[in-house]
Design a protein around this ligand. Structure first.
Ligand code: ADE
Length: 242
């Protein structure tokens, strides 16, 4: 997969050299390039922002550098990438979207700063490529950089060959619309707290039932919205009894 990121703070992306993402890059699974938006400015101050039309606080990113950046990274003659623009006003980023993005061949992330990017950049880009404004959650960050780190990590771990044990993708939280059950390792007793007996029983059927029940209880307590969104056939009478 090819991923291009455009930002006025390319240094934010240094962690993408580390750990499993660094390895995915070294192995050629992930071709990631970070670009400085100011490359596409032409004045001595390398200006990227200006005051908002209609008034209001803060600054808005001017369209010209963004237009030139997108022309360079998504040229008309090449297959168009999917453009993702982090914004607190975007659609929620979910595990389902991470799977959707992992199936794309080229992602282009545009990191806004200040109050955001002039909307015409997105309108114009949408005439040439699919554009999605994406939100990490209902809170406001300084800019899109941290959101892109999150999304690149969530997507990279779904690429074939990145996780040693692909089975863990099937069991983790959100894999089936539920939160994962608690997990334990050795020692069996620590500071007076014991590992649940069922997990040491060796009875795989019981363990699977216990995990599903604990996942349901956690989901009901912490994320009732997820439980409500679960298709009826994923929730049977045994679950309600549990
Ligand atoms: N930029 C600023 N806040 C954001 C958020 N919550 N999600 C994605 N991008 C953002």
């Amino acid at each position: 997969m090819r991923v291009d990121v455009v930002s006025i703070f390319p240094e934010y992306f240094a962690p993408l050299d580390l750990s499993l993402i660094g390895r995915a890059r070294a192995n050629g699974v992930l071709h990631l390039a970070v670009h400085d938006l100011r490359t596409w400015t032409h004045d001595v101050h390398r200006t990227v922002d200006d005051t908002p039309y209609g008034g209001g606080p803060g600054m808005v990113m001017r369209p010209e550098p963004w237009g030139a950046a997108l022309d360079a990274l998504a040229p008309a003659e090449a297959p168009p990438p999917r453009l993702l623009v982090p914004s607190p006003a975007g659609v929620p980023f979910t595990q389902a979207m991470a799977h959707e993005l992992a199936a794309e061949s080229h992602l282009l992330f545009a990191c806004g700063r200040y109050e955001g990017i002039d909307q015409r950049v997105l309108e114009h880009a949408a005439t040439r490529m699919p554009v999605t404004e994406v939100s990490l959650g209902d809170y406001v960050l300084f800019g899109g950089e941290v959101a892109v780190l999150v999304m690149v990590e969530a997507v990279t771990r779904l690429l074939p060959g990145v996780l040693g044990n692909a089975g863990s993708l099937d069991e983790e939280s959100h894999a089936h619309g539920l939160l994962e059950a608690p997990i334990y390792t050795k020692p069996p007793s620590w500071r007076g707290h014991d590992v649940p007996e069922v997990l040491r029983s060796g009875d795989h059927g019981r363990i699977a039932r216990w995990r599903r029940e604990e996942g349901l209880l956690r989901t009901a307590a912490r994320r009732p919205d997820l439980l409500a969104a679960l298709p009826a056939d994923r929730l049977d009478i045994r679950d309600i009894a549990a």
